[in-house]
Design a protein around this ligand. Structure first.
Ligand code: DGL
Length: 265
């Protein structure tokens, strides 16, 4: 099927995490319409089997295509690591963008000697970053930090609880000494301040949402499907289970008049 330049960019995640990427896309491409799906009913994806993640991602893809999404941005590392290749294979001719490849390509152009990556169990055990970044000149330290996404979904993005959990994972781990740290879960930019306070001062935190947004822009240009409208784009958000913390964050990121709908599966 031909993608129309006027169709929305489809974006999905298990919950609020992908909003960090949607916000960066919004800032870089303010005229594009966005349709976002947060699969809050099934989170955390990081604890699910690859088969379950593929099934959820396929259902969401069908949903977003029904709204004429011209491309689908998988704003979830767990789904990027486990479902991207199936989606590409099962939907030939459709454009999918994952959140891992743009960051890997960015890091590969730098000269870091030690790169750290933290993410969900599903991302770290799929070795999504480790295999792609493997190089004799670069040490990679990866650590699964499974409680972080659930904690963020519960609204704990700062304060004593968040600080204690971040410290428990990173306080004594070699990952905190990396030269550059990849936040390999789209939820983690929401606790970036706490992470920054826990890792060594010289560690650079990679701005994954911005890097991914730039890739979206260049892919839309490459496929000749950038929108030609000049009025501000709209954003519609669907969730499979509407939670107060999702509503709060959506409003914080996109303003009170963002259209937020519960879509029961
Ligand atoms: N935000 C997601 C990721 O980037 C998933 C978090 C989860 O649902 O476990 O992996």
């Amino acid at each position: 099927m031909e993608a129309s330049p006027q169709g929305p960019i489809g974006i999905f995640d298990s919950g609020v995490g992908g909003l960090t990427v949607a916000r960066a896309v919004r800032q870089l491409l303010p005229h594009e319409d966005i349709i976002y799906f947060g699969d809050t009913l099934h989170l955390p994806y990081g604890e699910k089997s690859p088969e379950a993640i593929i099934r959820y991602s396929t259902n969401i893809t069908e949903f977003l295509h029904a709204y004429d999404a011209k491309c689908i941005l998988i704003a979830c590392n767990s789904a990027s690591a486990n479902a991207y290749s199936s989606l590409v294979k099962n939907y030939p001719g459709r454009l999918f963008i994952n959140v891992i490849d743009p960051v890997v390509s960015f890091i590969s152009k730098q000269s870091y000697a030690h790169v750290g990556v933290i993410g969900t169990k599903a991302t770290i055990s799929a070795k999504a970053y480790q295999n792609r970044l493997m190089s004799p000149n670069m040490k990679i330290t990866a650590k699964a930090t499974p409680l972080l996404a659930a904690m963020i979904e519960e609204g704990f993005t700062s304060g004593d609880v968040a600080d204690a959990v971040i410290r428990a994972y990173l306080g004594n781990d070699p990952v905190r000494h990396s030269e550059a740290l990849i936040l390999g879960c789209t939820h983690y930019p929401l606790i970036e301040a706490g992470i920054r306070n826990t890792v060594t001062k010289s560690c650079t935190i990679i701005d994954s949402p911005q890097i991914v947004a730039e890739t979206v822009k260049s892919k839309l240009d490459e496929y000749d499907i950038s929108c030609t409208r000049r009025k501000p784009g709209t954003i519609r958000i669907f969730v499979s289970d509407l939670t107060p913390s999702f509503a709060r964050l959506a409003a914080l990121f996109f303003g009170d008049n963002v259209e937020l709908t519960e879509k029961k599966s």
